[in-house]
Design a protein around this ligand. Structure first.
Ligand code: ATP
Length: 270
């Protein structure tokens, strides 16, 4: 966890003291699956070059919220939203806003590693190729840099043309992170990226996520409160589709402002 003093972001109903730029500004966000409301009036800023953890019991809306940030949630046809999400000062719900651009800038890593049935090299080169990069030297450079940034290069540099399915689960997840980095996103959304991994792979991915904070803004959904406490700068606690508390991670775990947060982090429910 960062030791640098950070501004305290108080509960959503109180005035915020923000000294740093935010990458996302979420206001009055509501979301429905058909007639069932899953998110209620969310207000939240997500800050540049920080790790923001989203915690809360199963079904509280963590993944829904995460997937709203790159509008992937709209792949479910019955989804309706209201409110605004500003990404670098533009409302992503604006009909003129390009969802393709948004998803290029806001990458996503899923719970289960999902490499393509291709070589390690082709997995990483996939996004850049789609964006028109064809030159082999340029692709080689991107692949090497992305694999290095994903802390995987040393383990795979001699087998780049082997199938990605031959990697371990933890290596596959770092490959998926490399694939995401190859399109140079601004923000990385991670939906329980270590829940399918063993403890050693989990530790490697946690270290990697902390290092990525220097270049990227990261939002990570996790069931694991220790993980949130270990790696994040700020933590948001969701319950029944509401954002109960969002503050510095140290503060949320040591001195939560809301009784419901305290009950959750002390294991009284969830
Ligand atoms: N595709 C969907 N269609 C209808 N309802 C959905 C859909 N996806 C999620 N929901 C509902 O939205 C609510 C929030 O679900 P969501 O998956 O966001 O919660 P979560 O906190 O991420 O849960 P978990 O920790 O179990 O993954 C739940 O009531 C869930 O049943």
């Amino acid at each position: 966890m960062s030791t640098i003093a950070k501004p305290i972001v108080k509960k959503q109903s109180e005035e915020k003291t923000i000294e740093k730029d935010s990458v996302f500004g979420v206001s009055n966000l509501n979301l429905w699956y058909g007639t069932d409301q899953a998110l209620y009036d969310i207000h939240m800023d997500i800050y540049k070059n920080e790790i923001t953890a989203i915690i809360g019991p199963s079904g509280c809306g963590k993944s829904t919220f995460l997937k709203t940030l790159n509008r992937m949630v709209e792949m479910v046809p019955i989804v309706k939203t209201s409110g605004t999400i500003k990404y670098n000062d533009e409302n992503i719900f604006d009909p003129k806003y390009s969802v393709e651009d948004l998803r290029t800038r806001v990458g996503m890593v899923f719970q289960k590693p999902n490499p393509f049935p291709k070589s390690i090299y082709d997995n990483v080169a996939y996004g850049p190729r789609i964006h028109g990069i064809k030159n082999k030297k340029d692709l080689d450079t991107i692949v090497e840099k992305s694999l290095k940034d994903a802390a995987l290069w040393d383990e795979v540099k001699d087998r780049l043309h082997e199938n990605a399915y031959g990697l371990s689960g933890g290596q596959q997840q770092r490959l998926c992170i490399a694939r995401c980095l190859a399109i140079e996103p601004d923000v990385i959304l991670m939906d329980e990226p270590t829940s399918a991994l063993d403890p050693i792979s989990t530790m490697k991915v946690e270290e990697l996520v902390q290092n990525l904070r220097e270049k990227y803004s990261i939002v990570i959904v996790t069931h694991n409160m220790q993980q949130a406490a270990r790696i994040s700068d700020k933590t948001a606690f969701f319950l029944n589709g509401e954002l109960v508390e969002f503050t510095e991670t140290d503060q949320l775990f040591s001195n939560p402002a809301d009784k419901r947060t305290e009950d959750y982090i002390t294991g009284r429910f969830g």
